[in-house]
Each structure stands twice: as structure tokens, then as C-alpha cells.
Design a protein around this ligand. Structure first.
Ligand SMILES: Nc1ncnc2c1ncn2[C@@H]1O[C@H](COP(=O)(O)OP(=O)(O)OP(=O)(O)O)[C@@H](O)[C@H]1O
Length: 711
């Protein structure tokens, strides 16, 4: 590269010739795959529009510099393309005939779970603008990013001035038994987890403190406030679902719950479970459905609707609005909500905060109409019947569908995401709406998560919601702990001993890039995984068909997901590629994750559903499911699927091909494998030798310390 430029200067060529020479030499280097800085140079030093800048440089001492031009940071900065603005969740098409719509929230709006994704997919530079509370992996090696609980059970506060109230260790239940559990839960638990299943540490704690209650008024108020934190795959869902469902059933049986009816909004749940993605909400709701197989409670999931891609001219606004309100395609088995049929109140509603808000306030609740300008005669334009009153049009606002008077429980799953700066406004607005409907309004103050720890003398707003408030997470970043300390000082923290560690059954492996095609490295590794599966199987049980591991690959960018999927597809490896905008995600079911997620089902009762009970797969179907050429065994995605989803134990490998941005991200991605005591491996691809490997080695060191519990 350097020689090419020196050569150019000695022959006094024209600027554009010089530039094109630089360009072509850089492209050559790119083709030989010699490193990222050169590739970037090839992109940035294209001849043409920037030639003037080169001319200016040439007048100075550019070519006399001792160093190579790609080392001149100032110059490169000048030619750098402007960075992309942060992606918004919903892209508005410019329509000059309409006044612009504004959003109520001043910050980057949280419209959908896809905004979570765009936040996770955004470039590091973009993340900085939103003051990401998490440091990048190496930014602050001295200080831990996490809150370390002093004991499995503690009550607030984190602030340095006060000491947390630490409860003495007591014996916790070691079996799922009735009592304290309702007898109806026992067969469901046995069917789902096996007859020998024992409660995990977080489940023991929750049975003890949330179900038995131990005669101790921990939360010092009528309503419980709890945080459940434990490592990934340790059964937090069951830890909060059991107390929730049991209490709902008991209140119903004892007559202590009196349903307040709201004739206009019949859908009036007793509990709301919030999750950051539709996929997770659906999986949790089917888990709850299976648990209540005998304990009859009505479970629903408000999910991504079937939005028609185009507006047909013969569809009236009313019809279209009705279609949009029929949220799913009638897959009632999964417990998803169909507003046409579900006019009765439900017991537990699962959903993302944005979807639940749409039910509470009506679709389009977060948009205000743009200013309508008077015409030349000073008359205000009327809304046009068809277009402007169509869903999404200027004058359209959906009807609220859901009452909140009966809500006695709110569970925030993946609390660190739902209270992170991108989500917290909508989450807290939702909590405040419920409080207001229950006669106890709570003000929503902006940006509470960035506030410093309150000293004992300062007066942080103490929030006591008029409902039971349960948070769960596998990671408690310090800013979440501080928020809880400031605003929920009575919150009880139940934490498992291994919180913030990788599951014991998950192994970590580092794979160096070969220096050639990275996609080929990944392909090779996938094939190695399958080869070792086949070899191990051959030694153990050669007469039965082999089951090959499923592989989940995490990239940082959607573009890379698609490129890698194309590459592997061309090499004969079928993959599912999922990004926030994937069409499959819009279907309103988890079909796109079939084969990867752990199926949740209770064996059908042969008397009640004889056909379902008989259903079994033919040999050919079984073989097709095992064949990676027919059934995809590789899923490629971004952080979208890193949260909460319970992948099947067949998913033996997680590949992390881009450096995780922070420890939180790493723990959640890695934790999709090695769940519930099953073996798993997280494979981290990185550069371990030569230029640029220093950082990888430091990251490796940090991850090692972390997984060994030194941080
Ligand atoms: N006591 C138990 N014994 C055996 N398996 C269990 C037990 N409790 C839960 N499981 C299983 O463990 C798996 C993981 O559970 P779950 O998804 O609730 O974990 P989690 O802690 O919420 O994980 P994450 O932090 O990733 O959301 C599920 O498949 C569940 O069926």
C-alpha cells in the first residue's frame, strides 16, 4: 500500500489517477484478505468526489510524510463516511401531504421489541449517545458491572450509607410437594420436568418466601415487591409462575378476589407478565398454560398482530381496524389472545410492554397528530374518510381494549432490559397506568435509571405500586440495583448463589480465526461439531440414528446474519436466519423457532383428545428431522434471541462470532445453551495471534476471571 502511494508521487500523476491507484491497490489487498484496516481504506479512499480533498493535502506535505497515509487519523477522519443515525423502530415514509407525526417520548422511541433489537444491534458509537449504562467489555476492567448480592435473601439498600438487611439462612424446600403447592400443580410439574425434578435454588427461595411466606412480612406492605435473580437456565420462569398461579387460584377458591367488571373493557386481567420480545412472551404463556392444565386458569398472550402488508382499496377503515385487532391467526392452543373471541376477562396476560400498552390506550397511543395547517381560505382540512381514518392514518387512533382494575400482579421478566434506558419509559408508563386505574397514581419521572444512588438524607421518590410487583433477571447491572434501591427500598431480593456466573454445565472454547474467510471458519466449525457428534454416537450406540447438535450463532449485525446464512446455505447447510425485520416474526406464532425451542406440552389425555394422544411421527419423518440438509440445525441471529428463550437441550452449541459488547450480552447469549443441567458449549471466535489480537486476549482473560467468579 505504502509503496503504491510513494510510486504515485514520484511520477507526478493527476490526482484522480493517484486516487484510483490507491483504490485499486487497497482493493487488491482486500481481496487477499489482509486485514480490516486495509479493507476500510479501500472503502474510504474511493476516487471521485473526494479528489479535491486530496488536492488540498497534496499542496501540503502529504506525500512527504514518513508514515503511511492510512495511519494519519486526521486525514482518514475527513474521508470517513458519516455514521448512520440510530435506527428507529418504525420507519415513517415521508408523505408530504400529511403533517408530521410526533412521538410522545422524546428519546429513541420504544415501539416494539424490535427497538430492543435495534438498540442491541446499534453500533458502539451509537450506543454511546444513549449513555449505555453498561461498559464495553474492557472499558472498566477494575470495576464489576454487576450488583453482588450479600446473601440469598436481602432487603435493599445498596447505598453506601445504609447496610442491607440480610436475613439469616434458613432451610428451604427441597421437593415440589403439596402442601405448600396446590395438588393440581404436581402432575404438571412431573410431566414437564420429570418425576425426580427438585426445585432449583431460586425456586426453593421463591417457594419459601413467596408461597409459604414464612410468617414474615418481608415487604412491609400489603403488596409484595420481589426481585428474583439467578443464572440463565436456572428455572426463574417457574420460580415466579408457581407463586403467581397458586395465589390467583387460591384467591378464586377462597372468594378473596372479587372481579370488578368494566362493561366497556371486558378484557381485564388479574396479572400481567411483561417480556421484551414476542417470542419470549409466547413461550412463557405456553409454559403457564401447561402448568395450569389441571389448575384451570385462563392464560392469554397478546402478540404481534397479522398486519396486512398493503391496504386493499375495498377494505373499509372499520374492517381493517377489526382485522388488526384480531391479533393472531386463531392459534388458540398456544394461549394467544384473539380479541374477537376473548371477550371474557383473562387471569394472566403475557405480552411485550408496547403491545400491552396498545390494549390499554389503543393503537397509535404514543403518537400525537401533527399540526393541521389551514388552507388558503383559512379553513382547517377535514380528515379524509378512507385514508386518514385508516389504521396508521392521520386521524386514526385505536380503541382501548383492556381494563386494569383487576390487576393484582405485574411480573417484569428480563427486568434489566425492560428498565434499561430504551425501555424504561414505556414500562414505567404502563405501571403508572395500572396504578392510576387502581386508584393510586404514580408519577413517571424521566430517566430515573441514570440517577445516582440516593443518600439516606435525600428524598428519592419511593414507589409503592398498588399490586404485587415481581422482577426477574439473570443479571443485575448496578444501575438497576441503584434504581431499585432508590425507588423500591422495601423490595426483597432473592438471589441464587451462582447469579452472574455461567451455568456449571456450560463449557467455554476459544476458536482462533484462520486469517482467511471467516464464514469458511464458521462452516468448518459447524461441520466439526457434527462430526464429533457422529463419532461419539458411533462409539456408544451405532445401531440408532444419530442426533446432531443444533447450533445457535450470534452476530452483532443483521447484515452479517443474512450474509452468513447465504454462505452456509450455498455450502449445503440449511439455516434459519432471524433478524428484527424478518418476515417470519410477523406471523404471530413461534413457528419460526420450531425445532430450536424446547417444546412445552403436557401429554394429551387419551380420553379427552384420543387423536392427539395417538399422534406419532413416522420413521421417515423422524429421519427428516435429524437430517441437517432437510431440517435446519443452525440458527443465526442477533441479540434478539439472547433473552429468556428456553432453547431445546439439542442446542448443544452457541457460537459467538462477534465480540460481545458487554458482559451482560455475553452471559445472556452464552446462556441459551447448557440450560437446566444439560451440557452445552459456548464457542467464541476471536483473533488470537498477530495484529489486533491483544484485545481478544484481554477479553478472553476478562471472561475467564468472570466465569471463575473472580469479578
Ligand atoms: N426444577 C427444575 N428441574 C429441572 N428442570 C427445570 C426445573 N425448573 C425449570 N426447569 C427447566 O429449565 C429450563 C430453563 O428454565 P427457565 O427458562 O425458566 O430459565 P431462566 O432462569 O428463566 O433462564 P433465562 O435467564 O435464560 O431466562 C426450562 O426448560 C425448564 O423447564
Amino acid at each position: 500500500m505504502y509503496t503504491a502511494i510513494r510510486g504515485s508521487s514520484t511520477h507526478a500523476q493527476s490526482t484522480s489517477q493517484i486516487c484510483s491507484k490507491i483504490h485499486s491497490s487497497a482493493v487488491n489487498l482486500k481481496q487477499t484478505g489482509k486485514g480490516s484496516s486495509r479493507t476500510r481504506l479501500a472503502k474510504n479512499l474511493k476516487p471521485g468526489a473526494w479528489a479535491r480533498d486530496y488536492e488540498e493535502q497534496r499542496k501540503g506535505s502529504y506525500f512527504d510524510r514518513a508514515s503511511a497515509p492510512h495511519q494519519d487519523a486526521n486525514l482518514l477522519k475527513k474521508f470517513e463516511r458519516p455514521s448512520h443515525p440510530p435506527r428507529l423502530a418504525r420507519v415513517e415514509r415521508p408523505d408530504k401531504s400529511r403533517p408530521p407525526r410526533e412521538r410522545i417520548f422524546s428519546k429513541s422511541p420504544v415501539q416494539e421489541s424490535s427497538s430492543f433489537v435495534s438498540a442491541m444491534e446499534a453500533q458502539p458509537a451509537v450506543l454511546q449517545h444513549r449513555k449505555n449504562p453498561f461498559q464495553t467489555l474492557l472499558d472498566d476492567p477494575q470495576e464489576s458491572e454487576f450488583y453482588h448480592p450479600p446473601s440469598p435473601v436481602s432487603i435493599s439498600p445498596l447505598s453506601e450509607q445504609e447496610k442491607p438487611l440480610v436475613l439469616p439462612r434458613t432451610t428451604t424446600p427441597t421437593t415440589f410437594s403439596s402442601p405448600p403447592l396446590l395438588p393440581g400443580f404436581i402432575p404438571a410439574i412431573s410431566q414437564m420436568l420429570g418425576d425426580d425434578a427438585k426445585p432449583t435454588p431460586i425456586q426453593s427461595l421463591s417457594i419459601k418466601w413467596l408461597i409459604e411466606e414464612s410468617g414474615l412480612d418481608l415487604s412491609k406492605s400489603e403488596w409484595k415487591q420481589f426481585l428474583l435473580a439467578s443464572e440463565t437456565g436456572s428455572g426463574k420462569s417457574l420460580a415466579y409462575l408457581l407463586p403467581l398461579l397458586q395465589k390467583l387460584k387460591l384467591d378464586e377458591q377462597n372468594g378473596t378476589f372479587v372481579r370488578r367488571s368494566n362493561p366497556k373493557r371486558a378484557l381485564n386481567p388479574r396479572a400481567i407478565v411483561l417480556a421484551p420480545t414476542h417470542e419470549l412472551a409466547r413461550q412463557l404463556s405456553s409454559f403457564a398454560k401447561a402448568l395450569t392444565h389441571d389448575v384451570k386458569l385462563k392464560i392469554s398472550c397478546v402478540s404481534q398482530r397479522n398486519t396486512p402488508s398493503t391496504t386493499k382499496s375495498n377494505v373499509t377503515a372499520k374492517k381493517l381496524s377489526e382485522q388488526l385487532d384480531a391479533f393472531v391467526d386463531g392459534t388458540g392452543d398456544l394461549g394467544e389472545l384473539d380479541l374477537k373471541k376473548d371477550t371474557q376477562a383473562v387471569d394472566v396476560l403475557f405480552g411485550t410492554p408496547v403491545k400491552v400498552m396498545e390494549l390499554i390506550r389503543g393503537r397509535g397511543w404514543d403518537e400525537v397528530e401533527g399540526e393541521l395547517k389551514p388552507d388558503e381560505e383559512g379553513k382547517m382540512p377535514k380528515l379524509r374518510r378512507g385514508r386518514d381514518k385508516m389504521p396508521g392514518g392521520r386521524g386514526w387512533k385505536g380503541e382501548p381494549k383492556m381494563g386494569l382494575e383487576n390487576v393484582e400482579w405485574v411480573i417484569v421478566d428480563e427486568a434489566d432490559v425492560l428498565f434499561d434506558p430504551d425501555f424504561q419509559e414505556v414500562t414505567r408508563t404502563l405501571l403508572s397506568d395500572i396504578s392510576a386505574a387502581r386508584g393510586k397514581p404514580v408519577e413517571v419521572t424521566p430517566n430515573v435509571l441514570s440517577s445516582p444512588p440516593a443518600s439516606s438524607s435525600s428524598s428519592a421518590q419511593i414507589i409503592n405500586y398498588p399490586f404485587n410487583f415481581i422482577l426477574t433477571s439473570a443479571t443485575i447491572p448496578k444501575n438497576l440495583a441503584t434504581y431499585l434501591d432508590n425507588h423500591h427500598p422495601n423490595l426483597v431480593r432473592l438471589t441464587s448463589p451462582r447469579v452472574h456466573h455461567l451455568p456449571k454445565t456450560l463449557k467455554t472454547e476459544y476458536v482462533p480465526w484462520s486469517g482467511g474467510n471467516k464464514y469458511a471458519d464458521i462452516e468448518r466449525r459447524v461441520r466439526e461439531v457434527w462430526a464429533s457428534d457422529a463419532a461419539a454416537h458411533g462409539m456408544l450406540d451405532p445401531d440408532t440414528p444419530v442426533t446432531l447438535s443444533k447450533v445457535l450463532i450470534f452476530c452483532n449485525k443483521s447484515l452479517k446474519v443474512m450474509e452468513l446464512a447465504t454462505y452456509l446455505g450455498e455450502k449445503g447447510i440449511r439455516c434459519v436466519a432471524l433478524t428484527s425485520n424478518s418476515e417470519q416474526r410477523k406471523r404471530g406464532s413461534n413457528k419460526h423457532l420450531e425445532g430450536f425451542l424446547r417444546p412445552v406440552q403436557i401429554n394429551p389425555d387419551p380420553e379427552r383428545a384420543p387423536e392427539k394422544a395417538k399422534e406419532s411421527k413416522s420413521n421417515e419423518e423422524e429421519m427428516a428431522l435429524r437430517d441437517p440438509k432437510i431440517t435446519p440445525h443452525v440458527m443465526i441471529t442477533t441479540s434478539l434471541l439472547s433473552r429468556g428463550l428456553d432453547f431445546s437441550p439439542d442446542l448443544g452449541h452457541v457460537f459467538i462470532v462477534d465480540e460481545p459488547r458487554n458482559m451482560v450480552d455475553f452471559l445472556h447469549r452464552a446462556g441459551r445453551s447448557g440450560r437446566a443441567g444439560h451440557k452445552g458449549k459456548v464457542v467464541i471466535f476471536s483473533k488470537m495471534k498477530g495484529r489486533g489480537s491483544q484485545r481478544s486476549r484481554e477479553v478472553k482473560e476478562k471472561l475467564k476471571e468472570f466465569t471463575q467468579g473472580k469479578i
